[in-house]
Design a protein around this ligand. Structure first.
Ligand code: SF4
Length: 66
């Protein structure tokens, strides 16, 4: 799967980093960082983080999706 974040929407609160810390984290400058192609074992965590993002900035795409 692939992960993208729309940084025009992201407000950097870090809820995703709490929900799926293996995939999302806030760097020392306060910017959200993420693993763009996480292991399939992280799918549920990524999907949950995407659902819980208050501004819906996270997109989780299955392989083959545009
Ligand atoms: S939960 Fe959403 S708004 Fe908050 S840091 Fe993560 S991507 Fe950005």
């Amino acid at each position: 799967m692939r992960v993208t974040i729309d940084f025009d929407k992201c407000e950097g609160h870090g809820l995703c980093a709490l929900t799926a810390p293996e995939i999302f984290w806030i760097d020392d400058n306060g910017y959200t960082q993420f693993v763009a192609e996480p292991d399939d074992a992280e799918r549920d965590n990524v999907v949950r983080a995407a659902q819980e993002c208050p501004v819906r900035a996270i997109q989780a795409l299955e392989d083959g999706q545009a």
